[in-house]
Structures are given as C-alpha cells and as structure tokens.
Ligand binder design. Structure first.
Ligand code: HEM
Length: 391
C-alpha cells in the first residue's frame, strides 16, 4: 500500500513542544539569545522538547538526566554533526574533526588530534612557551599597574590565547606576511552566526544574511595563508630534517603520507518519546547549568566552590556540569584548555589585586552575553590591576 502508516494510539509520540508555524516552524521563538528562549520554553514543555527550526526537526535537551540519555546512554546515535553551510564553505566541505559527520573519517582525524597534537606530552612540550607568553602579559600588566591604568582584560587575555595558539600551531605568534587576528575573529563570528539557510534550505540560494559571501571570502583568504604556512614549513623541514618535530603543522606534514580513511542515524525511542531520524539535538548547557534540582535556586550566583566538596567534576561524567560536552564528540582539547585556563587565571590573581574602575561595584558588573559559538561577554571586562608581590 502507498498509504502512509497511521499513527496508532500506543505508538511513541514526539516529545512535547510549542506549536510550529508553516515554513519557519519555531524559528520566530528563538530571539537574539536562543539559549535563554529555549530555557524558558523548556520550563513549560519539559527537559526533552521537540521543535522545528524551519524544516529541520530539533530536540532540545535541558536537564542533566536528559543530557545523560543523549550524550551517554544513546551517544552513538547522536555522534554526528549536521551539515551546516559554515562547515561546507569554511572547512573544505565538512572536513576536519569539528564538523565532520560521525564515521571512519572523523574517527581517524580525531585519533590523530588526540594522539599527535593534544596528548599530555605535547601539552607539556609547550609549557616553556606558555610561561614566556604569560610572563610578557604579566610584565605589561605590571607597567599598567604602576601607571594606574585601566586594563581591557578581555582584549589582553584574547591576545595572549591567540599568541599561544599560533605558536603551537605554526611556531610563531606573528608573521610579517599575514595577520590571522581579523580572520580568526571572522571565523568565530561566522561559525557562531545563526544561518537561516541551515534551517530553510530553499532560502540558501538568496543568501539573505550575506553569510555565504562572507564564508566564501573567508575561506579564500584563509586558504592562501595556510598555503604560505605549509610552504614555509616544507622549506624549513628540508634543511632541518633531523630536528625534533615542533609545531602542529610540522607534525601534520610528517603524517601526510600515512593512509587516512575517509552511521546511519536511526530513528529511536528515548524516555518513551519518538526521536526523528536526523533531528538536530541541542543540548542546552546554559539551561542545564540553571537546573534548580542540580544547582539549587542560587544557580545565578558566582560560587566557584559550588562543587568543591562533591564528587562532581567538569570532565563530562557528571551531566550537571558540562563545559566540555561529553561522550564521543566531547572536547578533545579539554586537558590543554584546562592547563591554559588555570595557569593564566592563577597568574592574574596571584600577581595582582583587581579593582573595577570608576567605583563600579562587583554586583553592578555588566555580565550580559551575546549569542555565538562560545557565547562571549557582550562588553569587555575592564579593571585596574595592583601588583601585589613586591611587599
Ligand atoms: C576551556 C577551553 C575549552 C572549552 C570550554 C571547550 C569546550 C568544547 C565543547 C563544549 C565542545 C563540544 C562538545 C560536544 O559537541 O559535545 C568542544 C569540542 C571540540 N573542542 Fe573544545 N573546548 C576548549 C578548548 C579546546 C582546545 C584548546 C582545543 C584544541 C586545541 C579544542 C578542540 C575541540 C575540538 C576539535 C572539538 C570537536 C570535537 C569533535 O567534534 O569530535 N577545544 N569543545
């Protein structure tokens, strides 16, 4: 029979969710800060909520228990990534570890990253470089402290991370021939932008937001720079052959001649709900970090010691605290990220006392965020350092 199968009374239903409009589905409900809007909606419809983003079915996960079901119990079914325009245009057609779909290609790139680039020994290898870069920042902050200057901490730490990253990846913080800073910023903006073409594909051809044009020109500029970096490394490698491998590009070039291999998601039932094939799973870590059952009703308070005396840690085993995600697609750079974050933060608070400028009180500090890949502060953090070690 060509008739579609009728839904029977006892068939699992979609999770509850807000009614969707034709064509746009629930897109109009996301607003400028989707993590907040989805959090509000989840309070009404529950921790496993179904929506439609344009023509794409989406499941929004908003509690630690629900996150565990998707990221651990059924991790394998949801280990893929959606085909987004950003990954198509900016990552050589969905290549690389971040954007590629789950399968043999992703497995081999991921293995390469964890074993060759982000291993404990590689992290250790770059320790002197990190000390040098943080030392430079501390020196410049000491000067600012002596002159009682207000420091833009967001900018200073952003520059520091960028310098460290460039030195790890291609061996130098700056190159006279190109400037990666504006390109890195554009990449973050584009990858974090909400692209309507990913939800309503037929609109893609019109490029209503101008994102496709920007992605293509980003990709072209980046490709030219990468080509330069690779050529320089190949040239140097020829006469420095016996030297130990240094940066990420050296390591990757040395692996070039090794063979690289290039899951079907299935319909499934989770917590009694029918989860459609190819549904986009949105784990709303922001909402999970405000779940009153796990965080009590003071979730909005800054309490760094909140989980200090518990067994809860941030590595992805405890689903109330998920800064690095969890499961197969969890962050492979976690150890490096933690090493850098702890080192930089420790140095900033060990060497300096910090005061807010112009008599601003801590509880008046503007903590608003903008939506994007890493949800940065809307306004930079500025403060006045006072050197505290010389007494
Ligand atoms: C404090 C710093 C960091 C935080 C909070 C962080 C957080 C995250 C999160 C939440 C994910 C997504 C996990 C998921 O989809 O379930 C992720 C993925 C990823 N992160 Fe990080 N990360 C950090 C640092 C790093 C560093 C330093 C690197 C590498 C140099 C890195 C490389 C990656 C990669 C390659 C992925 C994609 C993995 C995949 O799809 O298989 N991250 N990260």
């Amino acid at each position: 029979s060509f008739r579609p199968r009728r839904q029977r009374k006892n068939d699992p239903q979609l999770p509850p969710g807000p009614p969707a409009l034709p064509i746009i589905g629930n897109l109009h409900m996301l607003g400028k800060l989707p993590h907040r809007s989805l959090h509000q909606l989840a309070k009404k419809y529950g921790p496993i909520m179904s929506m439609r983003l344009g023509s794409v079915p989406a499941i929004v996960v908003s509690s630690p228990q629900a996150a565990e079901l998707f990221l651990k119990t059924h991790d394998l079914l949801f280990a893929s990534r959606p085909m987004l325009q950003a990954s198509l245009y900016m990552s050589y057609g969905n290549k690389g570890v971040v954007f590629s779909e789950y399968g043999p290609y992703w497995r081999s790139v991921r293995k390469l990253c964890t074993l060759q680039l982000l291993s404990a020994s590689k992290i250790e290898y770059f320790a002197p470089m990190r000390r040098e870069e943080v030392g430079l920042l501390v020196d410049s902050l000491k000067k600012a402290a002596a002159a009682r200057e207000v420091v833009d901490i967001s900018l200073a730490v952003g520059d520091l991370i960028q310098n460290m990253t460039c030195r790890m990846v291609f061996g130098e913080a700056k190159n006279s021939e190109f400037d990666l800073k504006p390109l890195a910023k554009e990449a973050l903006n584009l990858a974090g932008a909400f692209n309507i073409a990913d939800c309503v594909p037929f609109l893609g051809a019109f490029d209503l937001q101008g994102l496709t044009k920007r992605m293509k020109s980003f990709s072209k500029a980046m490709d030219t720079i990468l080509e330069k970096i690779i050529c320089e490394h190949e040239r140097e490698a020829r006469w420095k052959k016996k030297q130990q491998m240094k940066d990420f590009v050296d390591v990757l070039l040395s692996l070039m001649n090794q063979p690289m291999t290039s899951n079907e998601e299935e319909e499934t039932i989770i917590d009694g709900y029918h989860i459609p094939k190819n549904a986009r799973i949105i784990v709303n870590a922001w909402a999970i970090g405000r779940d009153p059952n796990a965080w009590s009703d003071n979730a909005e308070e800054f309490l760094p010691e909140r989980f200090a005396d518990t067994s809860i840690d941030l590595r992805g085993h405890d689903f109330q605290l998920l800064p690095f995600g969890s499961g197969r697609r969890g962050c492979p750079g976690m150890q490096l990220g933690l090493t850098i974050t702890r080192f930089v933060l420790a140095q900033l608070v060990h060497c300096f006392n910090w005061e807010l400028p112009d008599g601003v009180l801590p509880n008046e500090l503007d903590m608003s965020e903008i939506f994007g890949l890493s949800m940065p502060r809307a306004n930079h953090l500025v403060a006045v350092p006072k050197y505290r070690l010389r007494v």
